[in-house]
Design a protein around this ligand. Structure first.
Ligand code: NAD
Ligand code: LMR
Length: 338
């Protein structure tokens, strides 16, 4: 029997039981903003993930109910709820992966940048707590505008002396998920068999699908390229308008967040060949942050892949993307240094 087992620590019991059954020990994951539109389905899906042994659910409202509800699911992860800023540090202590969907969503007519004034402060406060309580955790930032909130978190971590560029990842997975779906529709193929790299950032023209690099190899007419690029870049707005004031993408986002979090956990476990797109500190372009394909390993994004050959259409898109991205990054950095 394992020595020094604290019987009251159900999380430890769960990890050891899992190991005893021949499985790998799971990881400790926190969701911040867990009672929200994304947070609730994300919490449910993470409770179903066999790589998770402990799931901490933090929000400023409603976490007791969400936690009680999710804790009845007969899956391995032990769930604990945390309510209000006085419990933020407790929620974060010991976490190996922190997922952040905290903050306000768009309404029709708004850009993601219109969320900056509220969400920048939320991400800053949360990042300061992460630097204090779990400085080695991988951090997945979902809160918009991602093009600015990731630079904010980076500045906070730099100030605290804990910044590891491999571990701070802006979640752009939903752009890839949408691209795979829309390309699948055009090609008449199962979207699960399609891989579209989407690089740049996560807002409008900064979302740059590389349709010349779609796998399996295929070709599109210029009209199809225009249609697909526009639909992928404006997928978020499509949902915001359809929801007509009731928020933005939550269910497809929770799905995408779990797909990305699961990739991070498989990387942490040591699986080989885990490659996804993410927005992170990067030298792929002259900008300090950029989304591109990365290989996820035991220490986070261990390798960042170059963009590969771009056609003329994509080169023009890249220039546009970089211009807007540079301003959004600078806005985040200035806010955090203020
Ligand atoms: P929501 O309003 O339904 O939920 C947000 C949750 O955050 C709420 O439960 C709220 O109480 C909580 N919250 C607010 N302040 C907090 C704080 N200081 N600490 C912890 N929690 C706090 O919104 P949503 O639809 O879940 O969207 C959340 C964010 O995710 C938005 O900023 C949205 O734009 C963004 N988003 C990003 C992507 C992406 O692809 N990266 C996709 C969809 C949505
Ligand atoms: C999305 O892409 O769905 C999110 O960034 C939410 C939004 O505001 O569009």
């Amino acid at each position: 029997d394992p020595p020094n087992l604290q019987m009251e620590d159900a999380a430890t019991v769960s990890r050891l039981n899992c190991r005893a059954k021949g499985g790998a020990a799971g990881f400790k994951v926190a969701i911040l903003g867990a009672a929200g539109g994304i947070g609730q389905p994300l919490a449910m899906l993470m409770k179903m993930n066999p790589l998770v042994s402990v799931l901490h659910l933090y929000d400023v409202v409603n976490t007791p109910g969400v936690t009680s509800d999710i804790s009845h699911m007969d899956t391995g992860a032990v769930v604990r709820g945390f309510l209000g800023q006085q419990q933020l540090e407790e929620a974060l202590t010991g976490m190996e992966l922190v997922i952040i969907p905290a903050g306000v969503p768009r309404k029709p007519g708004m850009t993601r940048d219109d969320l900056f004034n509220i969400n920048a402060g939320i991400v800053k406060t949360i990042s300061e707590a992460i630097a204090r309580c779990c400085p080695y955790a991988i951090v997945n930032v979902i809160s918009n505008p991602v093009n600015s909130t990731v630079p904010i978190a980076a500045e906070v971590f730099k100030k605290a002396g804990t910044f590891d560029p491999k571990k701070l990842l802006g979640v752009t997975m939903l752009d890839v998920v949408r691209a795979n779906t829309f390309v699948g529709e055009i090609l008449g193929l199962d979207p699960r068999d399609i891989d579209v790299p989407v690089v740049g950032g996560h807002a409008g023209v900064t979302i740059l699908p590389l349709l010349s690099q779609v796998k399996p190899p295929c070709s599109f007419t210029p009209k199809e390229v225009d249609y697909l690029t526009d639909r992928i870049q404006n997928g978020g707005t499509e949902v915001v308008e359809a929801k007509a004031g009731a928020g933005s993408a939550t269910l497809s986002m929770a799905y995408a967040a779990v797909k990305f979090a699961d990739a991070c956990l498989r990387g942490l476990r040591g699986d080989a060949g885990v490659v996804e797109c993410a927005f992170l500190a990067s030298q792929v372009t002259e900008l300090p942050f950029f989304a591109s394909k990365v290989r996820l390993g035991r220490t986070g994004a261990e390798e960042i892949y170059p963009l590969g050959p771009l056609n003329e259409y994509e080169r023009a898109g890249l220039e546009k993307a970089k211009k807007e991205l540079a301003a959004s990054i600078q806005k985040g950095v200035s806010f955090a240094r203020k």
